[in-house]
Design a protein around this ligand. Structure first.
Ligand code: PMP
Length: 459
């Protein structure tokens, strides 16, 4: 134990880690990250890692953007905190709301701020219920989500999420929610089925569910334009058009969770643009501040906002909000972050880099361990399988993925293993050389992983 640094000792003694095997953590110990520079981060021993996951899909501008630091410091000096309850406001929060309304598609002109994506999606659930109560539709409360969706960790958001380990042992779901088939063509497309036919089948499934339950009980459909934490799953051809048409037919709100896809990740400012989605509600976070500050935003349509106005007038208040809703430092950082994304045309940069990124990713498709390669823009994944021909997953999901995740560190690379699916989501500021470095390091990792899988009889 005496070789551990003070940080590692304190961590092991007192810190409960999110999404971590806590017992294993006591054996392995923490990787202490102490500094960042562009797309790289450094550990306590000075080892460098390319952050091919942008932290948690979020550090668009990399780990050393001085302008974001300056924006935070300047705002801390000017006004470090004020709330926005009871008619108070502050300049950066108001300016950011106006900016997001300007950028967002359609008439998403009104913005509610929270500190995290989970609180934002939680706020969505409450707003939708509030609105349907106001409209005299008290039975219209159910949400429709998808298996493998990720919408956050609070009681409501973990319920919306479609990841079994988030429900099991937590007594969830705790809100009325139904999870439809995951739109993963590789896993759930049938032999001979086209992507369009797969999409049509999923839209049929949605429609049947609505008709079985009664449209008067269903409030909203929530989805990520491209599912990320569930395994990086771009939608099959025609999916969003088909889903959206069904929702419109039965007066079901379309909620788009753009927490990962927002601000250029897919090569458009928002995923809604790319897939022709006209959402009633859109949720943003992560690349909103490049995660230099915790912040998320719920954008709602004029129609929803009208109801919020009239109902709060009737009830005396919109009785929902957080101490740090519209925090001036977080919103000041977001404004500067968006300014930089626009000035440097990072959305265009993603379009320019995406072909090479996706080409390099797909070079792994022939590898004997690789079942599927998928991605769009600057996000992608490689799914490792036990049997390439049949796509059969490993008997113990996540064993090989866990090895790859740890072994990548030895090659100076940080990726994410979603069980045995390896995800890549580099900062938007990355260069062609960074992309090459990421995939060369991954190539070396995969050589080790192949030897290890053989030695462990996983193949
Ligand atoms: N929705 C999506 C699509 C996400 O990826 C995440 C975070 N990974 C969340 C919601 C929750 O955000 P947070 O972790 O900030 O609560």
């Amino acid at each position: 134990m005496n070789t551990l640094t003070a940080t590692a000792r304190n961590d092991l003694a007192a810190l409960i880690h999110p999404n971590t095997n806590l017992a294993q953590h006591q054996e392995i110990g923490p990787l202490v990250i102490t500094a960042g520079d562009g797309v790289q981060v450094f550990d306590e021993q000075g080892n460098a890692y390319i952050e091919a996951m942008s932290g948690l899909w979020s550090v668009a501008l990399g780990f050393s953007e001085q302008r974001l630091v300056d924006a935070a410091v300047e705002q801390l000096r000017q006004l470090p905190y004020y709330h926005s309850f009871s008619h108070k406001t502050n300049a950066p929060a108001a300016a950011l709301a106006a900016k997001l309304a300007e950028l967002a598609p359609g008439d998403l002109n009104h913005v509610f701020f929270t500190n995290s994506g989970s609180e934002a999606n939680d706020s969505v659930v409450k707003m939708v219920w509030y609105v349907n109560n106001a409209l005299g539709k008290p039975a219209k409360k159910k949400f429709i989500s998808r298996q493998q969706a990720y919408h956050g960790a609070t009681v409501a958001c973990a319920s919306l999420s479609g990841i079994p380990s988030m429900h099991r042992d937590f007594d969830l779901p705790a809100i009325p929610v139904h999870h439809l088939t995951c739109p993963n063509f590789y896993r759930f497309g049938r032999p001979g089925e086209t992507e369009e036919a797969f999409s049509a089948r999923l839209a049929d499934e949605l429609e049947h569910y609505i008709l079985d339950e009664g449209p008067e009980t269903i409030a909203a459909f929530i989805g990520e334009p491209v599912m990320a934490a569930g395994g990086v799953i771009p939608p099959p051809q025609g999916y969003w058009a088909a889903i959206q048409a069904v929702c419109r037919r039965y007066d079901i709100l379309v909620v788009i969770d753009e927490i990962i896809t927002g601000f250029g990740r897919l090569g458009t400012m928002f995923g809604a643009e790319l897939y022709g989605i006209q959402p009633d509600i859109m949720v943003l976070s992560k690349q909103l501040t490049s995660s230099y500050q915790p912040l998320a935003a719920v954008l709602v349509s004029d129609a929803i906002h009208d109801v919020l106005l009239s109902q709060s007038q009737r009830l005396g208040a919109f009785a929902h909000g957080l101490t740090c809703t519209g925090h001036p430092v977080a919103t000041a950082v977001a404004l500067e972050n968006i300014r930089i994304i626009e000035e440097r045309d990072l959305v265009g940069q993603v379009q320019r880099l995406a072909p090479e990124f996706q080409r390099r990713l797909r070079e792994f498709a022939d590898h004997p361990l690789v079942g599927d390669v998928r991605g769009i823009g600057l996000v992608g994944a490689i799914e490792l399988v036990a049997n390439k021909a049949t796509g059969q997953p490993f008997a113990q999901p996540g064993t090989l993925g866990g090895y790859v995740f740890r072994q990548a560190h030895k090659h100076g690379l940080i990726i994410r293993a979603i069980y045995d699916t390896i995800a890549f989501c580099p900062p938007l500021i990355c260069t062609q050389a960074d992309i090459e470095a990421i995939f060369s390091a991954f190539e070396r990792t995969l050589v080790d992983a192949t030897d290890w899988a053989r030695a462990q009889n996983l193949l």
